[in-house]
Design a protein. Structure first.
Lengths: 453, 453, 453
């Protein structure tokens, strides 16, 4: 079995990015929502790549302050003009229907219809994306041009949807590592025909899971393919007593466009995931953005709610709301890019690689330096002004390994690369000069065993 | 009853500034000192606006390392030349006499007189202000031009003053709020005919008190009109066992000139008053200065002495010693400005408004977000890229209200205005989503009840 | 007896620098190593200036992970060409022999000899300095030009050295002060004919010790003249139970060149020595460098190993490896400069002066200011805008002396000079307004008495 390090170093980002793009293209036509057959089908297609457990949470299930809503399904929807022509047609784009619209079958004049139409005047050719999950109403979304083309007269309006007791579907995949501590990867899978938001996250998560499945892992990796907001809330509610296992986490969203990578910190701001992501982005050689946590965005809102405060950050390229194609029909297959998808995936691997190897060691000869030379770890002849970076890295690791510093701490303090520092630690462990620190069980307050003590 | 918020938003700064200026003009002619009838009369005139308690502390009273001095009063003082002309005349300006001069009645040649004359060569037309509170001596202050005009000859010197057992006068006004915790507002009232230093402070404090008297207050507000140094020392000495009630404080001095507002931090440097003042000045839209504490200046020296270390800052416009008119006859009625006085007063209100409302709340649904939509707190249709700032503020308040963050913390972290954040908290409390944190009694070490425990 | 302050203020830096340079010239020809007669003779010459205790640590002594090596001595060494000419000659420069070369007496062709020759192509005229302390081998160092001039043919190679059981020599000098707490000054004395590295350190340490010997000292001062690495390791091993006494320390190396002074922080980074050195360099009026700790350099590597973590910094001019003359024959008597040596010595005195006087005091009248005027400590007439810096310093010292702040803290917070602050403290102590804080015994974990408790 290979390691994440090997994967991260050898990954053909463009090739894997192309697979992601193909998968996005496959999923694009499906009309997803926070419940229903579109979501179920999407999760089903992911499960052809990785052995997902598919959960169905019944409508009416209580999840903290929320209730799992009735299941929404839609077969067809249109608006016909007086000549019987479909002037708005769900079959052409599932964005045309306000997501979660109640069924409707009626005739009405344009003036009444208008109250149910949404368009986006800044971009007159785009269909906007609107939802109404928790209020029984209906509507259509159209481009500004379409709107302007509607002539006065009587219209036939039909939405052939159902809103009935059923269930909320999500997919979960746990890759066990040598420890029970987990890294959570979460993506929302509820948006209809929108590519960057968030077929990109689904595709990258799927192929990440597929690659990691062939790896020797320290951490366990938990992948979630869930509807936004209600999905993470339901999952948190069902899994509350296991949350102490989550040591790091990433929400993946809007991760396929051509913009620079953008990392949004966890609410903690200095969690290991925050530092690992910063390290990888800083050393990527590309421009990047790092932003502080804010309680607006994707499911990190729930993971980072104050009662959980999980160390979960978010990786995006151009974040939600910051690209003009966002939540419009312009977020299409051309807007996402194979190279960008592959780059996002390889940066995830690089971040996990840091986390897997970011351990604390203890110098076994903490009083003075150990004699590296007698172990063949030091250049033969003294007096040189330069020290090879490997020797320097060994000295840094020995000096800082007092049981408080991680290898990432040492890399950042020394200015040496994480890999160089890590390699030095490996050599020192081999020679008995370093020992891994007995793992501190940083169980959260949620841990029932902690609560007892 | 109105609130400070309403006051702060509705105040007609120029109108109130004009009242301040009028009051300064009324008080200007009085010859004040650290004791005596001038101080008594000044405090008396303040008491026509607000129901002051007037205290008289007898000469000889011990106050820590200090002793309340004998009371000084003066009726007249002059220097006559050989032709009997008053060449220096107390009736023209009370600055002409060194404050606290012992009585004198003598004839002497110019050479001897000169040893008792003070002038300010940099500003040849100004009379400087000098004091000699704790050393029995006498002197006259004159402009450089006056000094140069003195011809050789015999002079008659007379200071008709008394220095006898009496008392030190100060005025105190407590406005009770719903809690016993206090905000202290202190100004020195001992300087003779000098406007910015510190009739400005007296006037602003008087009208602040008058306005707050009509308000619904959480904190109690304590106003002190005291002679500088010995006054605050005497007050601290007499009130030592109640000092734990002072949660915030402001010294008002030199607050009427046309310069930018200047806040000097408390010795603690990060007290709530320091942060509230910084917030208000930063968001004022005007230039401002914030300086670190130093043990030189006004009565904050005593409030912030290490044995008390009270959270008391100082609000000024151009601080003492930093304007050339300082402690000279040029600090007159033209040097202070109605608009500046009104602006200073309104900034005090704004600071108090922040303090009154800067509370800690606890999210009652800390695990995941509560469902705002079902309470009518969220826009009807989802999918928009922007969130209204009110929604965003609710999410921030919910996310950060874990029992450690104040509303000001949240405003600063989110970049949202304090008012927006506060309004969000009010709405959330109304919907049962937020509860005020049980007030931590931050009693100081001076609290006898704390000392017992 | 004089004080360090007096010394620091009165020192004739150039005169003392000339003495340092003369001493360097005296020591230059000796062939030193980490053991042997050259080191022994060097320490002996230092002991003519100061009453050193000379220690001999037998070969084979265990010191943590290290073993004291056999003693190395050398009488002669050369390479003769086929005409019997000494083409490489130890008598001309002791750098020509790889330090710690085993004896050799052989004939060989140029091709074989070449495998034992070292040169420095970037500087074709310089002989490089090489060592092989812990590997039995031999070699010669030559300039690039010398190397190029060697013709084909048979060479006679001879190194008349011995590597036998003996001892490692070091010199130690303890100057007792009024407390047992120590300041450690350490320099490596193992390099052969190289001036900046580190005859400069030896000379400055010697004359510092000589000057301090005539002083009234609070701290005890311990001077070490030791071979690099193995010397400090041996000393730490032999003195482990006394290390808690070391409260501050300086390694002196490369301290005689014309570059700016450079201070390398201790591993702690904010130890008193780090702050005192920073204060002195900042106020020196000259450019300077301050660098963070790194585990590469001189004996601070051992003092700052994690098991000891002693507060020991390093003072240099241009540090090791950062000047092109480093470890070559160009680090000669011209490369070091009397003025630079004297300046380095006087900066050491200034740093020790700060440490000697950097005490914590407690204000005896902590509630309000004490009345300075009645003690004659305040100007007679009030009202001036300026306060003399001495009055200001008294106010700062009184305000900050709550038992937590050192005089250096106060100097840095106030922006006043350390001397001004210190002088104010002296005056306040004389008037009973300040008392020195009962010294906190900051014994390290190494202290056996601490370990018991």
């Amino acid at each position: 079995m290979t390691t994440i390090s090997n994967l991260a170093n050898a990954v053909d980002a463009l090739a894997i990015g192309r697979k992601c793009h193909d998968f996005i293209a496959e999923l694009f036509p499906i009309c997803r929502s926070i419940t229903g057959n579109g979501l179920r089908e999407t999760v089903g297609r992911v499960s052809k790549h990785i052995p997902l457990t598919i959960h169905e949470v019944p409508s009416g299930t209580q999840a903290f302050d929320w209730t799992v809503p009735r299941e929404w399904n839609i077969r067809d929807a249109y608006v016909k003009n007086s000549r019987g022509e479909r002037v708005i047609d769900f079959q052409r784009s599932n964005l045309h229907v306000v997501n979660y619209s109640v069924p409707v079958s009626a005739k009405m004049p344009l003036s009444e219809l208008r109250q149910h139409l949404f368009c986006s005047p800044e971009y007159p050719d785009r269909i906007p994306y609107r939802t109404s999950y928790y209020r029984d109403t209906w509507g259509f979304c159209v481009s500004q041009r379409q709107m302007e083309g509607l002539e006065e007269g009587e219209y036939e309006v039909r939405i052939d949807s159902t809103l009935e007791n059923g269930s909320l579907t999500y997919g979960e995949f746990l890759l066990p590592g040598t420890v029970e501590d987990e890294i959570l990867i979460s993506c929302h899978a509820c948006h209809p025909s929108l590519c960057n938001d968030n077929l990109s996250g689904i595709a990258v998560a799927t192929f990440l899971a597929k690659m990691l499945a062939g790896c020797q892992l320290r951490y366990s990796y938990r992948f979630l393919f869930i509807p936004g907001t209600i999905g993470s809330i339901a999952w948190l509610s069902l899994n509350e007593r296991h949350l102490h296992r989550i040591k790091h986490g990433l929400v993946l969203s809007c991760i396929g466009d051509r913009g620079a990578l953008s990392y949004k910190k966890s609410r903690r701001g200095d969690a290991d995931i925050d530092r690992a992501a910063r390290y990888v982005l800083r050393h990527s050689g590309h421009s990047y953005n790092i932003t502080d946590f804010s309680p607006y965005g994707n499911d990190e809102r729930q993971y980072c709610s104050p009662g959980f405060n999980l160390p979960v950050g978010r990786l995006s390229r151009t974040p939600d709301g910051q690209f003009p194609e966002y939540h419009t029909s312009a977020d299409d297959l051309n807007f996402v890019d194979a190279a960008a998808l592959g780059d996002s995936l390889s940066k995830c691997l690089a971040i996990f690689d840091v986390l897997e190897n970011n351990r604390i060691f203890v110098n076994q000869n903490s009083k003075c330096e150990p004699q590296l030379g007698k172990r063949g770890l030091y250049r033969a002849f003294g007096g040189y002004g330069d020290s090879a970076s490997q020797e320097l890295a060994m000295l840094w690791v020995l000096n800082q390994s007092d049981g408080t510093n991680t290898l990432l701490d040492i890399a950042e303090r020394s200015g040496l690369g994480f890999d160089v520092v890590r390699q030095a630690a490996i050599v020192l462990v081999e020679h008995g000069l370093l020992r891994e620190h007995a793992r501190e069980l940083t169980r959260s307050a949620l841990d029932p065993e902690m609560a007892r003590s």
